[in-house]
Design a protein. Structure first.
Length: 193
């Protein structure tokens, strides 16, 4: 059971992006603010002139801000602070996803780029429908594979053949998480293909 757990951890590490950059940026901003407040406090205790404002000036400005500042500006500042806080909270709780996915394998942790899967599906659909490579495009998102097919003008295209070819190739890739297949056939065909 230990190997399967290790493989699962490796796949997660390779398919999800780190939040270290955002964490470091927030930590640096908070560090700068706390260093500034600490410096202002020490200067006030020593009786020296403040760099920007003494702690007493900051406290009195905070208390009198509601009367001195326009309500619209206060509302805008509060809304901006709430949006920033909500954005940071969502970034902290929801992990970023890279364009990769784990593939079911018995002996190794296998990760494949979504573009590789898209190219394989496009190639399989192109062969099954006997189309030129530029007539088939595939995009892979988190839970869906979308295949866009432009048929040759005047030549009928069987939707079931295209859908079966796409589903067969996706099944052959053996993704760990299931994806749905969405096949779209353009209404207008390509000329001279």
């Amino acid at each position: 059971m230990g190997e399967a757990r290790t493989r699962k951890k490796l796949i997660r590490r390779e398919t999800h992006s780190s939040r270290a950059g955002l964490s470091i940026a927030v930590a640096l901003v908070l560090l700068a603010v706390f260093l500034w407040l600490g410096t202002e406090s020490v200067l006030a205790l020593l009786g020296l002139a403040p760099l920007l404002a003494s702690p007493w000036q900051l406290a009195s400005a905070t208390v009198t801000a509601s009367g001195a500042v326009d309500r619209g500006e206060l509302t805008a500042a509060g809304t901006a602070a709430a949006v920033l806080g909500l954005t940071l909270l969502v970034a902290a709780l929801k992990g970023g996803r890279k364009g990769r996915r784990g593939i079911a394998a018995d002996r190794a942790a296998v990760v494949v780029d979504d573009q590789v899967i898209a190219a394989a599906v496009s190639r399989q659909v192109q062969r099954a429908a006997k189309l030129a490579p530029e007539q088939v495009s595939t995009t892979v998102s988190r839970s869906r594979v979308q295949v866009m097919v432009t048929p040759t003008s005047g030549a009928p295209l069987d939707r079931d053949t295209v859908a079966t070819a796409a589903a067969t190739e996706i099944d052959a890739c053996r993704p760990v998480r299931k994806v749905t297949t969405d096949v779209r056939i353009a209404a207008e065909g390509a000329l001279g293909r």
